[in-house]
Ligand binder design. Structure first.
Ligand SMILES: Cc1cc2nc3c(=O)[nH]c(=O)nc-3n(C[C@H](O)[C@H](O)[C@H](O)COP(=O)(O)OP(=O)(O)OC[C@H]3O[C@@H](n4cnc5c(N)ncnc54)[C@H](O)[C@@H]3O)c2cc1C
Length: 429
């Protein structure tokens, strides 16, 4: 423990998980130091879908109102096959009459969380441009070691929370059961809002497991609040990501391919996707599958994508990161006795909240991903047959809607929105 006996936490990574965890610890008057390798929190990324689980954490953090101002309300997910058949038709009201999702730009999400962090300026210290490369744990402290502005750097803490994303190299090696790249990724771009299709729906389009496109309402970014946006994603094997739409001919062929299947979407894309020569910014997304045997022990905890990276098929990445941060806040509160944190209690409590839910979503994500993104000839047929059959049975229809909310805590159990949103904390403001 440090000199003035207040537990000192380091958080590595200022993404969704790291920023939310910093707020939740500061709300308990805990000193937090955030290490982020980027030199500033830049508006990189495209749209994310916040599910009711993530929104419950936003409410708990006191940032929901702010997020609602810029984000786009989403009432459901609809997925169409090439013949026009609506294979997926999942709406939040099927899970609960008050539920909805929020399409949000990653920059807006980080902005809302960063703004809240600034309310705790006396408790949160920032170290930008700091790449943490190694942790060194001993019985009485933990050392973070890396480079700051390209110079050697080290500092000492009581606890370190690893929140540095899917490609983390800080995970204790003996905890890692799986850490591998998915063979398929996606191209993303941001365009003005799609008004041709229902603006409150995440639209997906599938043809076998080889073609998948999504159009997600994304709301606005903080410095252009009037300009509403949509994100477009197009699924591809990772070895084709860099050569996507190299020239005008490729663009026309791509649009033709879409037009043969989904004409209204193609007509809209024709207007918003510029010629490749005009350098429209398409981001590449690569996904990893990471499974750990545990999320915390001793002075180290791992949250967010660093703990359980998965494919985005179920749209849970940012939501699971937020739930992790929330559970960490709850566990610290439970395990803390004045200035002492009982580390055994801490991680027991954390695993109780997060283990089975994470297992459930990871299992489902691994099961479903090849049905949407693969070269397997039978995958799309199996998906189309089983999904259309399942949607006819009210029990499965409801279970699918609940699964999308992010609130499942196991095959037959779920968390309650109110329990997360209104769980007690010593709030400062
Ligand atoms: C630049 C970027 C763009 C993204 N765009 C999208 C998108 O468009 N759509 C989507 O669905 N998801 C996107 N994601 C992923 C999405 O944000 C995460 O899946 C989700 O929010 C979980 O967040 P996380 O905090 O666990 O990880 P992340 O959001 O990945 O955050 C990890 C943070 O740790 C920092 N970091 C990494 N290594 C170190 C280190 N050694 N030392 C210090 N800091 C380090 C990174 O710079 C990053 O800020 C993006 C992630 C990033 C980093």
């Amino acid at each position: 423990m440090n000199q003035n006996n207040t537990p000192k936490f380091a958080i590595v990574g200022a993404g969704t998980a790291g920023l939310a965890a910093a707020i939740l610890l500061a709300q308990q008057h805990i000193h937090v130091t955030i290490f982020e390798k980027a030199h500033a929190l830049e508006p990189v990324g495209a749209g994310l879908l916040l599910q009711p689980s993530g929104l419950a954490v936003f409410e708990h953090l006191g940032v929901l109102e702010d997020a609602l101002k810029l984000g786009a309300l989403v009432t459901g997910l609809e997925g169409q096959l090439a013949n026009g058949f609506k294979l997926v038709d999942s709406h939040y009201v099927q899970a609960h009459p008050d539920f909805y999702g929020l399409g949000i730009h990653r920059a807006t999400l980080c902005h809302v969380l960063e703004k809240k962090c600034h309310e705790y300026a006396e408790l949160i210290t920032w170290h930008m441009n700091t790449d943490i490369e190694r942790l060194n744990e001993s019985s009485h402290e933990i050392r973070v070691i890396g480079t700051q502005h390209q110079e050697y750097f080290e500092d000492v803490f009581d606890h370190v929370i690893i929140a540095n994303g899917a490609r983390s190299r800080l995970r204790p090696r003996q905890w890692v059961k799986v850490d591998q790249a998915y063979p398929w990724g996606a191209k993303w771009t941001i365009v003005p809002e799609c008004l041709t299709l229902d603006t409150q729906i995440l639209h997906q389009f599938y043809d076998r497991a080889k073609i998948m496109m999504g159009i997600l309402p994304t709301g606005a970014i903080p410095n252009q609040p009037q300009q509403r946006l949509s994100s477009i994603f197009w699924s591809l094997p990772t070895n084709q990501l860099e050569s996507f739409l190299p020239d005008q001919h490729a663009r026309s062929e791509w649009l033709k391919e879409i037009s043969q299947r989904w004409k209204p979407a193609a007509d809209w894309l024709e207007q918003v996707i510029t010629n490749p020569e005009e350098k429209q910014q398409w981001l590449s997304a690569n996904y990893r599958d990471v499974v750990l045997s545990k999320f915390g022990e001793g002075r180290i905890g791992i949250i967010g994508d660093a703990a359980h990276a998965m494919s985005p098929q179920l749209g849970q990445g940012a939501n699971m990161a937020l739930l992790d941060a929330w559970a960490l806040g709850q566990a610290v509160r439970h395990a803390r006795d004045n200035q002492t944190i009982d580390r055994v209690k801490l991680w027991q409590h954390y695993h109780q909240h997060r283990k089975s839910s994470t297992d459930f979503y990871q299992f489902l994500s691994r099961l479903l991903t090849p049905l949407y993104q693969s070269d397997l000839w039978w995958a799309g047929t199996l998906r189309d047959f089983s999904f259309s059959w399942m949607y006819r049975i009210p029990y499965f229809r409801k279970e699918m809607a609940i699964t999308v909310t992010g609130l499942k805590s196991g095959m037959f159990s779920q968390m309650k929105y109110q329990d997360i949103a209104h769980s007690s904390l010593n709030r400062k403001k």
